[in-house]
Design a protein around this ligand. Structure first.
Ligand code: PBG
Length: 324
């Protein structure tokens, strides 16, 4: 089966995230998971965001849940010595990321929506989002690896596997792989419209995923490409069976978000990325002025058509009750 509309209705937490009024429950808090125990490292350039080992992560998630957050996105940060050209660690079911998925699922059950990043860039030794042959990122072999990673996350208990790599054809391949492995209630969130943006800088420190050579312009979308390209990418992913369509970055592409939201029949997410977060944190040091900025930004996403916002601001919004 290509599209299973029931996936988005499977749990109450999913229904609230995707179909409820725009609220705290529409926000997704990203987390960076590292190996070890008792690790809580602040991320350079992203005040308030830490790389955490599973034990610390669980406590952080518990507090966030107490404050009303119900959705998370997990990024596994891989030790340099564990990286290789095949991104082996990314699908290693004994990894700290897989452990985090399992523990959060067993601790919080279906009351939380667990999204996991599916890409190769954090686990390849060259930092690219795909496998590299003769200096080029090859598409179809990369998709095979993405499928293995996606299935391993589903097996650990993810609600949505989130393809952020921008290879062609990966959504249908991942859907097919999930079906074959009998993960019929696991959804695919696709980073459908993802630009080769300069706004990802701080994230690449947090995830240790900068490319060692070249850039991401052979797969991520050109920032000068028009609405036609954005609509094409979004509709392709929809036809391949994506359960959620994402636009990224957010603020510089609100117009694109509107276009995409108007042309697909699936819930739409926007990623308020690390560079956007850093701009706000650097320009509004006190809580009151930050509240105004952050709430205005969230309103703009909603107005432009987002059902879901992935944002590093989620925790602060929840803890200070800036949104209900
Ligand atoms: C992995 C990935 C990236 C982000 C999310 N998933 C970085 C990239 O594409 O280079 C960026 C998120 C952010 O900047 O907050 N491919």
């Amino acid at each position: 089966m290509k599209t299973r509309p029931r996936i988005n209705r499977w749990t109450e937490a999913r229904r609230e995230l995707l179909f409820g009024d725009f609220s705290l429950k529409s926000l997704v808090q990203p987390h960076f998971v590292v190996e070890g125990s008792n690790v809580d490292n602040p991320v350079n350039g992203m005040e308030g965001i830490h790389q955490q080992s599973v034990d610390v992560l669980i406590e952080t998630v518990r507090k966030d849940v107490e404050h009303g957050l119900t959705a998370i996105m997990l990024f596994g940060v891989v030790e340099q010595s564990d990286k290789d050209e095949n991104a082996t660690k990314a699908s290693d079911t004994t990894s700290h990321l897989h452990e985090a998925i399992k523990q959060i699922r067993s601790e919080f059950g279906d009351t939380i929506v667990i999204m996991t990043d599916v890409c190769l860039c954090t686990a390849t030794n060259h930092g690219h989002c795909g496998l590299v042959e003769h200096g080029h990122i090859v598409n179809d072999a990369s998709v095979d690896r993405l499928c293995e990673i996606a299935v391993s996350h589903a097996q650990a208990g993810a609600d949505y596997v989130c393809a952020s790599d921008m290879m062609d054809g990966r959504v249908s391949a991942i859907r097919h792989a999930l079906e074959t492995a009998n993960h019929t209630s696991t959804g695919v969130l696709s980073y459908s419209v993802k630009y080769a943006s300069s706004f990802y800088g701080p994230f690449r420190h947090a995830a240790d995923s900068s490319p060692e050579f070249g850039d991401r312009s052979t797969h991520q979308m050109n920032i000068n490409s028009g609405y036609g390209e954005a609509v094409l990418e979004a509709q392709l992913d929809e036809s391949e069976g994506a359960d959620i369509i994402m636009v990224k970055p957010g603020l510089p592409y609100l117009d694109v978000l509107r276009k995409v939201a108007d042309c697909v029949n699936r819930p739409v997410a926007v990623y308020n990325v690390s560079g956007e977060y850093a701009m706000v944190m650097n320009s509004a040091k006190d809580l009151d002025s930050r509240k105004e900025l952050v709430c205005e930004i969230m309103t703009s996403f909603k107005r432009a058509g987002a059902d879901v916002v992935v944002t590093y601001h989620a925790r602060e919004i929840a803890r200070n009750a800036w949104m209900q």
